[in-house]
Every structure is written in C-alpha cells, then in structure tokens.
Design a binder for this molecule. Structure first.
Ligand SMILES: *Cc1c(COP(=O)(O)O)cnc(C)c1O
Length: 360
C-alpha cells in the first residue's frame, strides 16, 4: 500500500489515523457484529455516535446553547435554496459575491426573493475580498450572505463584513474547523464536510435557534425546513449515518491535535512554506492579493498553460496528486486542508523548486 499526497479541493484528504480506525471497525463496530453502514440509525450504537459527534463539534467550536447543530444531506448546494426558503421573511437578502459558490448561492436565492449583490470582486477574477466595513446593507434584508473561504480562487475573509445588525449567513465548506471561530457572530454557519471534515454526503448546519421557525416560504418541502431536522435531532429520516460517524472521528482527531487553536498554528505553518516560496519564485506566482490569501486553497500559475500542464503531470508522477487548478482559473491549486501533513507541503515545495530549476 502506498498513499500519495492528495491536494484535491474536495472530496479531499482525511487523517490517516481516522481511516485506519474506520478500517479496523469496518466489520464489527465495538462488538455490535456489524458495520456502522449496516446499522439502524435508531440503534443505541448510532445514537451514541451522533450524540458524541455533536458534542465534540460543540466543544471544538465553542457553540453556544442557543445554536442547534444539524447533520443534513444535499451538499452545500442544497443550502443555497434552503437558506432563502427558511430565512426570507421579507423576501430580500444581500449577497457578497466573492466567487463561483457565492454567485451560485445568489442566483438560487433569486428564485425566492430580491437579491442585492452589495459587493463583488468579479472585476478582478475574484482575486481579492472587497472592503466590507461599510456596505449598503438593505434596510429590509433578511440576512447578509458570504462564502467565507473561496475554494476555487483561494481567498478568505480575514474580517467578517459589517452587516449593520443583519443576520450573517456563511458558507464555510472549505475552511470548516481550520481555525477558531466566534459562532455568535453568525446566524447560520454551514458547510459540506467533504472539503475539510469527512466524506461527501453530509452538510453541517449550525443555526441560531430564533431562525428555526415554522414561518417558511409557502411550498417549502418538509425536508427543506430547518425545524423538521432540529425537532428530530437530525433523525427525521435516515441521515447519512456512515458519513456522520467519520465526521465524529475527525472531530476527535482535531481534539487530540489540540483543537482549533492548534489547527490554526499548523495550517499557518503549512501555508507559509508554500506562500513564502511562491513570493520569491521566478517561475510560479500566486494569484491572490496577499492580505486575502486562504490558508486552505492556494492557487498558483506559471503564466504558460503548457508548462502548467507539464507541472501537473510530473507532480502526479512524483506522488503529488490533484494539483490541477479549477477550470475557471487554470494553472494549479494546492488544497492544504487540516489533514494534509506539513511534510506534504514541504514535498510539494521541494518538487516546485526542482521543476523551476529544470524549466526556467
Ligand atoms: C465545494 C463547495 C460547495 C459545493 O458543495 P457541494 O457539497 O458539492 O454542494 C459550496 N461552497 C463551497 C465554498 C465549496 O467549497
């Protein structure tokens, strides 16, 4: 068996310890004689799994009691509709558009009400985060929406927008649990787990209790109503049970590493190695304004599409996989999520140095 360094943007690398543990428990989970995949979601064993997973997440993020944690399906993309269906009481929302995911979310919300795009960085291919300290937030906006870490473009909000008292909703799919967060600043924090937490199929929604109501838009399906899932503790129907089990293991892994403070230190150390190299390279260049750089997704280019393709191919042969950039940006992208070891980033930078020498 040999594992590669996997720089995929998602589904993405998971901690090896977690995968090994899951493998050991595959045929017989803690003496139940069955796999978690085969188990009733109403069983005592699964009840313990989901309860512990929620508690561990609450501990990690310091989630206050007036917030609920929901384990749902449909990916982050389903939230693009679920959020307006549940929150658009006035049928107005403000969106800050910093990339494809926020753009898609805004477009979906337009099906349900008026969407004001109060800021955007599309003028420069989403390579920066706009100044959000004094935006024209709409008087009657039901919420202000951001995508906090832009997976495709490699930017991150280092400061949250001034929402002027309006509820903040954030898609944190690609920066979930990468550093400490003040949950009280948000109405909803949500993310698909396949970037930084677990296997595809689970989306976690952390939602303030007052936003969970029966007063949703007419025609909202039962399954797309937050209250349905909050009342049933994420067990209204069969949840993505195996995925939740893996997420729970990742929460425990992060706790064992020292929690979110420790993840931040680790992630900053990893990102610095790569950004420092990019800043002095004569061949490669980062595509993002330095102050807005993501700790998780690092896009870079040589400026020559053929050379980019050669790099991706040779890197793969050297055990550094999934470095091809998103089709809308081109070039390369290294996603260096929580589970990417420091050694993986060092191996990448060493390879880049060698490639630079050979191709300059
Ligand atoms: C990947 C991603 C999505 C889409 O996630 P799905 O689970 O595939 O719907 C949305 N937002 C962000 C920030 C992402 O990185």
């Amino acid at each position: 068996m040999s594992r590669v360094y996997n720089f995929s943007a998602g589904p993405a690398v998971l901690p090896e310890e977690v995968l090994k543990e899951a493998a050991e428990e595959m045929l017989d989970y803690k003496g139940t004689g069955m796999s978690v995949m085969e188990m009733s979601h109403r069983s005592k064993a699964f009840e313990e799994i989901i309860t512990e997973a929620e508690q561990d997440l609450r501990d990690l993020m310091n989630i206050p009691d007036n917030y609920r944690v929901l384990f749902l399906q449909g990916g982050a993309s389903q939230q693009f509709a679920m959020i307006p269906m549940n929150l658009m009481k006035n049928r107005v929302a403000d969106y800050i558009v910093t990339g494809q995911w926020a753009k898609k979310a805004a477009k979906e919300a337009e099906k349900y009400g008026k969407v004001n795009r109060i800021a955007s960085s599309e003028d420069k291919t989403f390579s920066y985060i706009p100044d959000c300290s004094d935006l024209p937030v709409s008087e009657d906006a039901d919420y202000v929406y951001i995508c906090e870490n832009n997976t495709i473009y490699g930017t991150k909000f280092k400061e949250l927008p001034n929402t002027k008292g309006k509820t903040l909703v954030a898609d944190v799919s690609s920066c979930f649990l990468s550093e400490p967060v003040d949950v009280t600043k948000y109405g909803i924090i949500y993310g698909g787990v396949q970037k930084n937490i677990g296997p595809a199929g689970v989306v976690i929604v952390i939602i303030r209790e007052d936003l969970i109501t029966e007063d949703v838009l007419p025609g909202t399906p039962t399954m797309l109503t937050y209250k349905t899932h909050a009342d049933a503790k994420s067990l209204y129907n069969t949840p993505p049970a195996y995925g939740i089990y893996i997420c729970g293991k990742v929460f425990k892994w992060i706790k064992a590493q020292g929690g979110l403070e420790a993840m931040k230190v680790r992630n900053e150390k990893k990102a610095k190695v790569l950004y420092d190299y990019l800043d002095q390279s004569r061949l490669f260049k980062g595509t993002v304004v330095p102050k807005d750089r993501s700790l998780m997704n690092v896009p870079f280019v040589t400026g020559d599409a053929d050379l980019d393709a050669k790099f991706v191919k040779e890197a793969k042969a050297a055990g550094l996989e999934n470095l091809k950039g998103h089709r809308t940006v081109g070039g390369m992208r290294a996603s260096i999520y929580n589970a990417m070891p420091y050694e993986g980033v060092v191996a990448l930078v060493d390879f880049m140095k060698k490639f630079e020498e050979e191709n300059l």
